[in-house]
Design a protein around this ligand. Structure first.
Ligand SMILES: [Zn+2]
Length: 249
């Protein structure tokens, strides 16, 4: 069906042209060890699914640290962690760590997080974190702790529920199948599905603006450099910020 669509579009001279230079994984040396810091169970898949799925990055070693999963409800923490394990099955992940911080209260445990991250950072070549202008609860705390304790040259920002910089500003991107990612996201049954739908819808819109294949999604990554961060990020959890889409290309 897609092929037919492309042929028809091609006949009409309407084949979309990729506007983004697809900078790839060649900047990484084979075997580079990477730690993805996910403030909550789901951030790793919303922000890094294609990165962990695309063979372009299979020469890298990825571990994931789930910072929080405890919401004070009996059994929920275990369930959320199990959802991450299920959603990331088959992806390029060596180990998923559970750091056990309290959801929504990382700010109160910042000193502990600093120690944890400082002792982990030495084991990795790269640390992937949400960016400091991320407006989602816990995310900005994780980012500012990362800024403080991780060498800047090792630090890479990814986007999760908050689109903190534009695809066009990415240092590299990871591309993949959006439907496949949506299936993985559906494993997080204890989470808010509406927010996931909005995040994926935004990703689809943005990818269609920049990629030639409209079924593809793109995740964006930049090396820590505050200059590239958007002044007004789009937080897909907040309906209000979705109106900023008008000025987002
Ligand atoms: Zn989160």
């Amino acid at each position: 069906m897609q092929v037919l669509e492309n042929i028809m579009l091609g006949m009409l001279g309407l084949v979309p042209v990729p506007k983004v230079d697809l900078r790839n994984a060649t900047v990484f040396k084979p075997g580079a060890k990477c730690l993805i810091i996910a403030p909550h169970p789901d951030d790793e898949v919303i922000g890094c699914y294609y990165l962990l799925r695309n063979s372009q990055f299979s020469h890298l070693v990825f571990d994931v640290a789930i910072v929080t999963d405890d919401e004070g409800l009996p059994g929920l923490a275990d369930r959320r962690f199990a959802e991450t394990i299920s959603a990331t099955e088959g992806l390029n992940i060596r180990q998923v760590y559970r750091w056990g911080f309290v959801d929504g209260k990382v700010i109160q445990q910042a000193a502990l997080l600093k120690d944890k991250l400082r002792s982990s950072a030495g084991l990795y070549d790269y640390i992937f974190s949400p960016a400091p202008n991320d407006t989602t609860a816990d995310h900005s705390v994780v980012a500012s702790v990362a800024l403080e304790v991780v060498e800047r040259s090792k630090l890479i920002w990814y986007r999760s529920t908050a689109f903190t910089f534009k695809l066009a500003h990415a240092d590299f991107i990871a591309i993949g199948d959006q439907d496949e990612k949506a299936l993985a996201i559906r494993r997080y049954v204890s989470q808010r599905e509406i927010a996931f739908k909005r995040t994926l819808a935004f990703e689809r819109w943005e990818s269609a603006e920049h990629l030639s294949n409209v079924n593809s999604g793109a995740e964006a990554y930049i090396f820590a450099d505050l200059n590239h961060l958007a002044q007004v990020p789009i937080d897909t959890l907040s309906l209000r910020s979705v109106f900023a889409v008008w000025s987002w290309r």
